[in-house]
Design a protein around this ligand. Structure first.
Ligand code: SAM
Ligand code: DTB
Ligand code: SF4
Length: 331
């Protein structure tokens, strides 16, 4: 096929130059990316990926739930909300020695980052002090640290920064126009305020969302635009595929078409070319072939290890076999 015919079939939508990752994206420009023929979208995503990263290098993070269940918030997807009858058994904050056991195992397994998650609306003073100790001790093992604890004020963000925290995860989860349909106990603006405080404290931002919650392509475009238009965009962007947890309001949501999931990864890659895009929740249910498409679309980070927070994750040995078969290298 000639270059001319390729161009004729797949005109490039208006877009910021790839060398300027901070340029603003309109939702229309992101929707135009979603509308590209699959092969063209994948080609564009690979082009963008290779400007900022070595294709085939994949970062691995291990996740640990340090405080499980009993959360005051009503996020419609979450097994840990006290408002949904999910039957999840609540667990108190994990003691430091147990956290460190998990962190050592994560280090031995080859993960470069250890992410600790707590089912809180926001941390209380005593809890934050305990998490700060966890962050300092995990760092001493030579791991990068990430925590996700809910909303923070400026002082809490500063304390975490002083402890040497590398990343704070705080997802915006869904399109701005859909936020109130999924979560009513806090607002998107609350989430954005926390992200700003994290950023001002000098901590790297990890923020992404969930797809497969019944949203359409326009909703996905709006989610990606909201992330890409953060100034600067998050350093790490987890794309979660909804795990439809029994007892949650979204238990019966229709699963997203797998190729639309791949498209979402590709569009995130193009819109945030310098960010790590993490293939996050939902990998356990994905075939090796689907995951390979996600890596080709520009995903360059995964959660690695037996569990996510309250659900299982893809088998770690299986992941390493897949890395070997695809010549993927862990970073
Ligand atoms: N409470 C904190 C918060 O909301 O930021 C931290 C924990 S919360 C479980 C972290 C993230 O997990 C959510 O923002 C959401 O993106 C993701 N998550 C929760 N339940 C999920 C599910 N069933 N499927 C996919 N992702 C999910
Ligand atoms: C993120 O974006 N996904 C992770 C992490 N950040 C904290 C959580 C996924 C949770 C999946 C459902 C569960 O295990 O409860
Ligand atoms: Fe609580 Fe976070 Fe779950 Fe929302 S997503 S219910 S804030 S643990």
């Amino acid at each position: 096929m000639t270059t001319e015919s390729t161009v004729a079939f797949s005109p490039r939508p208006p877009q910021p130059a790839p060398e300027n990752p901070n340029a603003r994206w309109s939702v229309a420009a992101i929707e135009a990316l979603f509308a590209l023929p699959f092969m063209d979208l994948m080609f564009r995503a690979q082009e963008a990926h290779r400007v900022h990263f070595k294709a085939g290098e994949v970062q691995r993070s291990t996740l640990l739930s340090i405080k499980t269940g009993g959360c005051s918030e009503d996020c419609g997807y979450c097994s840990q909300s006290a408002r949904h009858g999910t039957g999840l058994v609540r667990e108190a904050l994990m003691p430091l020695d147990k956290v460190l056991e998990h962190a050592r195992a994560a280090k031995e397994s080859g993960s470069s980052r250890f992410c600790m998650g707590a089912a809180w609306r926001s941390p209380k003073e005593k809890d934050l002090a305990a998490v700060i100790e966890m962050v300092s001790e995990v760092k001493k093992l030579g791991l990068e640290t990430c925590v996700t604890l809910g909303m923070l004020d400026a002082e809490q963000a500063r304390q975490l920064a002083d402890a040497g925290l590398d990343y704070y995860n705080h997802n915006i989860d869904t399109a701005p126009e859909n936020y109130g349909k999924v979560i009513t106990t806090h607002t998107l603006q609350d989430r954005l305020d926390t992200i700003e405080k994290v950023r001002e404290a000098g901590i790297n931002v990890c923020s992404g969302g969930i797809v497969g919650m019944g949203e359409n392509q326009a909703g996905r475009a709006s989610l990606i635009a909201a992330l890409a238009n953060m100034e600067p965009p998050p350093e790490s962007v987890p794309i979660n595929k909804l795990i439809a947890f029994p007892g949650t309001p979204l238990a019966d949501a229709d699963a997203i078409d797998p190729f639309d999931f791949v498209r979402t990864i590709a569009v995130a890659r193009i819109a945030m070319p310098a960010s790590f895009v993490r293939l996050s929740a939902g990998r356990e249910q994905m075939s090796d072939e689907l995951q390979a498409l996600c890596f080709m679309a520009g995903a360059n980070s995964i959660f690695y290890g037996e569990r996510l927070l309250t659900t299982g994750n893809a088998d770690a040995d299986g992941d390493m076999r897949l890395f070997a078969r695809l010549n993927l290298v862990s970073i």
